[in-house]
Design a protein around this ligand. Structure first.
Ligand code: TPP
Ligand code: MG
Length: 427
């Protein structure tokens, strides 16, 4: 593959004047790198895929505030790196499928994709415990899958189909698992809920923490600071995670903004650095019982804010293109795997194909049954007609045996100008 330039994202280096005026112990002198391919292999690779070996992260992978930075030495296995690669590819394929379904007008309403930010979602999952909790905003699809959901369930929800994780009735911000608390549309609202989840963990004596995620755009919300305060006062195991994908704030040093809560800024384009930071945070909050910590992942979103935003009014096409071609998290990991002799280009292409096949299958399964018309009204109070049916679904209903239609709750049909109209639903 083409060689990746090792470029630091222009304009993201930390202003030194601010650093100098920060508390002692506080900050190192440089901003974090956003390169995805600067980790070095230390020593020889073991034969076995499950035997750990050591990597050295780029010296600018982290910057800290009121705490030490995570170690640059990482212990990892070949298997884990390959799993990370496959998961990042799968998450990207899923988001690309959602993009295509939206453009085909099969997904309606909002659709917020996280293409470019895969090192954060997948990296987090490799650093946390299965019983930790995660809560985030609306850019939530990969987290839902990685926390025990399914691609079919996420896409089904976006499509409004029965296969969706909320039976298609909630939409993109209503996808939950026992350890993933959504999917939240109100900017910043999930942050105090996350602090509450961490309170519950502490109250119950569980050895777990909650990752309360938010964006740079949410970082000035009052409720975010209120949650910081309560978490610090009560020494809660809350990891506040800022996904900084565009730096929209008068103070862009998000990792320092917890006031008395220590923070770490992380290269969020390198999955190995992201995982290392999450392990550090868990150790901080759970093993050491040090209370909350703030993690800022410096990352990049390739698409617009949502499908209706071209994403080029507040940044140039050239900037997006530069990030894609030089600092992509998947290409960065691909480069490590090939350079270190862990996988060949062919091996990785095979994994890509598998990821695509898994997503294609999930798309077909997710499309299956639309069932938006049941469980809406209290039985007996249903109106005589409901809007929202797709044209192509009508012949499907007409071809169905009467018993199936009854099971779907359809109690009357009329044909108008060649189109079928549902007259009644419910028993
Ligand atoms: C309380 C509230 N205010 C405003 C909005 C409208 N809104 C939706 S997304 C957004 C920007 C949030 O940016 P950020 O938190 O950085 O997340 P990103 O989209 O970059 O992932 C705004 C202002 C909202 N949903 N809720
Ligand atoms: Mg943002």
């Amino acid at each position: 593959m083409a060689s990746l330039a090792r470029v630091r994202l222009a304009g993201r280096a930390m202003p030194r004047t601010h650093l100098a005026s920060s508390p002692a112990l506080a900050l190192s002198r440089r901003g974090v790198a956003t390169t995805a391919d600067t980790t070095q292999l230390q020593g020889a690779l073991p034969e076995s895929a499950t035997e750990p070996f050591t990597l050295k992260l780029h010296e600018d992978s982290f910057q800290s505030y009121l705490c030490d930075t995570p170690s640059l030495d990482v212990s990892i296995t070949k298997d884990e790196l390959l799993t990370m690669y496959k998961q990042m590819q799968t998450m990207r394929r899923m988001e690309m499928a959602a993009d295509a379904l939206y453009k085909a007008k099969m997904i309606r309403g909002f659709c917020h994709l996280a293409i470019g930010q895969e090192a954060v979602s997948v990296g987090m999952e490799h650093g946390i415990d299965p019983n930790d909790r995660v809560i985030t905003g609306y850019r939530c699809h990969p987290f839902a899958v990685l926390r025990g959901g399914t691609i079919k369930g996420v896409l089904g929800e976006l499509l409004g189909r029965q296969a969706g994780m909320s039976n298609g009735k909630g939409g993109s911000m209503h996808i939950f698992t026992p350890t993933f608390f959504g999917g939240n549309g109100i900017v910043g609202a999930q942050v105090p809920v996350g602090a509450g989840a961490a309170f519950a963990q502490k109250y119950r004596g569980e050895k777990n923490c909650t990752f309360a995620m938010y964006g740079d755009g949410a970082s000035n919300q009052g409720q975010v600071f209120e949650a910081f305060n309560m978490a610090k006062l009560w020494n809660l195991p809350t990891i506040f995670v800022c996904e900084n994908n565009n730096g929209r704030s008068s103070n862009t040093q998000y990792f320092t903004r917890g006031d008395r809560i220590p923070g770490i800024q992380v290269n969020g384009m390198d999955i190995i650095a992201a995982t290392q930071a999450v392990k550090y945070a868990r150790n901080w909050a759970v093993d050491q019982d040090n209370g909350p910590l703030l993690l800022e992942f410096v990352t990049y979103r390739y698409g617009g804010h949502s499908m209706s935003d071209p994403g080029t009014t507040y940044r140039t096409r050239e900037e997006v293109q530069r990030m894609r071609s030089t600092q992509d998290p998947i290409r960065g990991l691909q480069r490590y795997l090939e350079e270190w002799g862990i996988a060949t280009e062919q091996d990785l292409k095979k994994l890509d194909k598998e990821a695509k096949a898994e997503v294609d299958k999930a798309v077909e399964e997710a499309k299956a049954l639309k069932d938006l018309w049941t469980d809406i009204y209290y039985k007996g109070t249903e109106p005589t007609s409901m809007r929202g049916r797709e044209r192509e679904e009508v012949p499907l209903l007409l071809n169905a045996p009467l018993t199936s239609l009854r099971r779907l709750g359809v109690s009357g049909l009329s044909v108008e100008r060649g189109w079928c109209r549902v007259l009644g639903v419910g028993a």
